[in-house]
Design a protein around this ligand. Structure first.
Ligand code: GLC
Length: 531
């Protein structure tokens, strides 16, 4: 297996080497217009960010293949921050694409694809085929029987070495999203058309679309399967995964080559898109009106036409939410399970629901309205709070298992992450409200470079550099650059955005009108929509 892997790797190396030799892909669909970049006082911050981003590049056999997670010379414990993380590379990749530097992204896509089929086991158990690693490292190994000769190998981590042994469900979804962005930006569609790349897309889809025990169209995952990769009570159906899943399904549908063999997969994908958007838009959405509805819910309804389908007890509405919910605006809750709504606001899930059109147009505007109304809570002194509010006291003890890294208002538990700037920017540009992102960037610029580009900030108002935050964290640097590049050339954000699909919208409105919540008293209509 390992030998076969090595052979495939060396074939790929040769192929990529050849491609890089003559690599000037000029036929761009979305021409990165860096010439027109508005010159503002932050020019030197941008220059510094570019220098740091380039310093973080990891090479494999003399070709750039990714960027290291953090490059903090002051930090004695490296842990796995010297690796290339798939999710962390996305803003780096987008920054390079927007600069017209396509090779590193193509190499990253093709090399991580090779890792997808790697044999992975934890205590004799192998996870599903199609899983993408959380991260990988370039290792130098001695050749068999020859101490003087070495070669480089790529060594992936699928969660079998990661803290908590968490499976990175988001990696494959981000990979698909980046692959589409690469094609759209460079105009080079030959990568997505390759047989091995098409197979890679299908393997990810099959893993995500496989039947299980679930009653919901949302993806069922364990705690810590995404950017928040430690225990914090997001097992089940967390919003972030659902938003990335929806986006990846749409991106994959655009890229899959039509062929008889994939008709079933495309049918399953379309059905899932309809069911998923209906489920999230209907059941995850809260605003003042919906909150008041939940407050007055009847419980224990046994029937097909229950209004309170998930048997949510109104007492679950937390005190903080009564204060937090603005009169104008709303958001998608963090998670929905039987008799359980996680009312916390999770930023990435909400922002990517806007970007991918998982949220309706109205909901997307309402999410941005809420961000504006709750600026002091979500942005304050450094954008952007990863989730709101923090878990405290007994709740923190039970839900995080007394995790000392995730103390209240730190790290994943209400910390502020500069990298989230880029997703905020894409969402604002999509909704034609770039000024919100511009304000956030301005706030970041006050400190981010002086503070040495930390991974995250602590406290309610993000006043301190995170207790255990790495400095020179690459996705903080790249996230800032992507925001700047996109604000200067908003048209380029199209490479990441999924526009609302009219077929989906039709199917969605049919489901809405058949929903018993809106038709109390009428016979529960059971309908299936096959596109
Ligand atoms: C932390 C973050 C994770 C990130 C990794 C590398 O584990 O929680 O999202 O990918 O660091 O930066």
């Amino acid at each position: 297996m390992v030998k076969a892997q090595k052979i495939r790797e060396s074939e790929l190396k040769q192929h990529i080497g050849r491609e890089n030799e003559g690599s000037s892909l000029k036929a761009a669909h979305v021409v990165p217009d860096t010439v027109k970049v508005r010159r503002v006082h932050s020019e030197s911050i941008e220059d510094e960010a570019w220098d740091l981003l380039r310093d973080s590049i990891v090479s494999y056999c003399n070709n750039p293949v990714g960027t290291i997670a953090a490059n903090d010379p002051s930090c004695p414990s490296i842990l796995n921050y010297d690796q290339v993380f798939i999710r962390d590379f996305v803003p780096s990749g987008i920054a390079f694409l927007l600069k017209g530097e396509y090779d590193i992204v193509r190499n990253f896509i093709l090399h991580t694809l090779q890792l997808q089929s790697w044999e992975k086991t934890m205590d004799c158990h192998s996870p599903g085929q199609g899983l993408m690693p959380a991260s990988f490292k370039v290792r130098i190994v001695h050749l068999d029987g020859d101490d003087s000769a070495t070669e480089e190998v790529l060594d992936p981590d699928f969660g079998e070495a990661a803290i908590g042994r968490v499976a990175p469900v988001d990696s494959g979804l981000w990979w698909i999203i980046l692959l589409r962005a690469y094609g759209k930006c460079s105009g080079d569609l030959t990568v997505q058309e390759r047989v091995d790349v098409q197979t890679g897309i299908k393997m990810i889809l099959k893993l995500c679309l496989a039947d299980g025990f679930d009653m919901f169209p949302t993806l069922l995952v364990t705690d810590g399967s995404c950017m928040i990769d430690r225990r914090i009570g997001i097992h089940g159906h967390p919003l972030e995964i659902q938003a990335l899943f929806y986006s990846a399904l749409l991106c994959a549908r655009e890229m899959l080559a039509p062929e008889d063999g994939s008709a079933d997969l495309i049918r399953a994908l379309n059905n899932r898109l309809v069911a998923l958007s209906f489920h999230i838009r209907e059941y995850y959405w809260i605003d003042m009106k919906k909150l008041n509805e939940i407050y007055r819910y009847n419980t224990e309804e046994y029937s097909y036409d229950a209004v309170n389908k998930f048997n949510i007890y109104p007492d679950q509405i937390p005190h903080w939410l009564v204060e937090f919910m603005p009169r104008r605006g709303g958001y998608l809750i963090g998670n929905l399970q039987p008799a359980h709504m996680d009312f916390r606001f999770f930023s990435l899930g909400n922002l990517w629901s806007v970007v991918s059109s998982l949220a309706t147009l109205e909901q997307s505007h309402a999410i941005l309205d809420l961000i504006e109304a709750k600026w002091a809570e979500l942005v304050a002194e450094m954008p952007f709070k990863i989730c709101y509010p923090a878990l405290e006291g007994q709740e923190w003890r039970i839900i995080t298992g007394s995790d000392p890294k995730n103390t209240p208002w730190s790290y994943h538990n209400g910390g502020s992450w500069p990298t989230l700037l880029w997703q905020l920017t894409v969402a604002c540009i999509k909704m034609n409200r770039p000024e919100i992102a511009e304000n956030a960037v301005r706030i970041a610029e006050r400190r981010i470079s002086k503070d040495k580009w930390p991974e995250y900030y602590d406290t309610k108002r993000a006043r301190f550099i995170g207790k255990q935050a790495r400095l020179f964290q690459t996705w903080s640097i790249a996230g800032y650059l992507v925001s700047k590049l996109l604000l200067a050339n908003p048209n380029a954000a199209k490479i990441l955005i999924n526009e609302e699909d009219s077929e989906l919208m039709n199917a969605f409105s049919c489901m809405i009108s058949a929903n018993p919540r809106r038709q109390r008293g009428s016979k529960g209509i059971k309908k299936r929509f096959i596109i």
